[in-house]
Design a protein around this ligand. Sequence first.
Ligand SMILES: Cc1cc2nc3c(=O)[nH]c(=O)nc-3n(C[C@H](O)[C@H](O)[C@H](O)COP(=O)(O)OP(=O)(O)OC[C@H]3O[C@@H](n4cnc5c(N)ncnc54)[C@H](O)[C@@H]3O)c2cc1C
Length: 491
Amino acid sequence: MQCKTGAEHLSSLRDGRTVYIDGRLVDDVTTHPAYRNAALSAARLYDYQARPENIEAMTFVPEGGDRRVNLCWQMPRTYDELVQRRRALQAWAQVSYGFMGRSPDHVASTIIGQRMGLEVFEKHGSARAKALADYVDYATRRDLFLTYVIVNPQADRSKDWGEQVEELVARIVDEDSSGLTIRGAKMLGTSAIMANELFVANLQPLKPGEESLAFSCALPMNTAGLRVLSRKSYEAHAVSVFDNPLSARFDENDALIYFDNVKVPWERVFVHRDTDMCRAQFHDTPSHIFQNYQAQIRLSVKMKFLVGLAHKITEAIGTTNMPQVLEQLGGLAADAGMVEAMLSGMEASGAKRGGYYLPNRHLLYAAQVITQGLYPRLMHLIRDLAGGALIMLPSSYRDWANPELAPILRKTQRSPNFNSEDKVKLLKAAWDAVGSEFASRHTQYEMFYAGARFVTTGHSYRTFDWGAACGMVDHLLSTYDLADVVNTAGQ
Ligand SMILES: Cc1cc2nc3c(=O)[nH]c(=O)nc-3n(C[C@H](O)[C@H](O)[C@H](O)COP(=O)(O)OP(=O)(O)OC[C@H]3O[C@@H](n4cnc5c(N)ncnc54)[C@H](O)[C@@H]3O)c2cc1C
């Protein structure tokens, strides 16, 4: 039984979508120099799962489906299924060394999370619940690459969303018997250029009166009026794969999405004019848990890669065995181990909800808060281990082709463990991971993908068992009192 392949995914992206970059409309994202390698990396995910040696571990046959699809669509019913699914997600993350944050498993996790809490949608309305359930079946059976825009554009954060200027935040501007019309923008559709469909929702709190902003829906990327305004492409500015091996291949892109009077049929509308339901679709269902659990799974792979990179840098400059350097490497290894441990912990202490097995919610949010601070510290520590080695590099691969420069490079790019070409190759990769514009965007991503710190700490605060923690303090205080001490002291 076959499953989706890379070629199939690439051909699905030639669908007439409206993507702009550098003032121009993009003809074909699969061939454009700004995106072609990222699209190819996405395609490689599907080729990876389709390989005969991987297909069993990476895919399953969904109910009602006629071919295998990625395990990210599986709604786990037991601890074992959760772990099996996680292993598949980790294997996928390894294809990009964890650098593709919005690989297809991210929003698949969001949407199956919503499906696992269908009763929340039933309360909102049976037609909306049916729309969601049908859509999840549709997307699952086709193994679609979904991405999402669930956050509003930053403009004036001192005002509520409903108080922003007209036309900024995507809102319902009309509705009729066929569906809704939406106009306005959403912030940063990561991977939108290479996804099949876009899930549109509102995660940030809304208040009564802001009902026109309160909707969620899913749209094919080639929907009329859906405009993708892409940020600068790091892929297009990558000098070569030798100079920028990560930016050249894994620049998943981020884009402002503008809805220019976009029609959404009712069968694609999941939340309709209900401000509390915008929150509930994520937080009263397992959706928010599953989307952020995917992010921790992916990070566990990236951490391993980065810690490996740190070790290789020290090998390149001959510092590995210096006691202070060993200590720093040991600390980095502990950070990677901690991310792995938190993942195992949230799985082992998970619980059943209805028929499904979910990771432990508080441990997930704890991991999120810790790793959002960990990542920039990790970048700093790797830079610290490297010194000027990351900068003392040839301008590009072209220097090697110059017969005057190549002998000088061989004499000056010295390492106790690598020849000059391999040393430069490694350090170019290291700079791409920690210092390039691509790397800098990754730091911003890890710091913000799940919300600013005041948001993630808020989730942690709300889900912690304060009763148990404060109860222990109360218990200690209840074991003595002032009168006892005074009386004892007086005897
Ligand atoms: C690389 C990248 C990719 C992304 N991809 C996606 C995507 O695919 N889909 C999507 O929907 N979104 C995406 N986002 C958006 C992301 O979800 C938001 O950046 C995140 O939720 C934070 O919101 P914000 O950017 O509006 O920052 P804000 O919430 O405005 O926070 C910025 C800073 O302002 C201050 N601040 C703001 N409000 C408050 C407050 N009320 N109290 C205290 N301090 C405050 C804090 O210092 C905070 O750190 C992406 C972001 C990045 C950086």
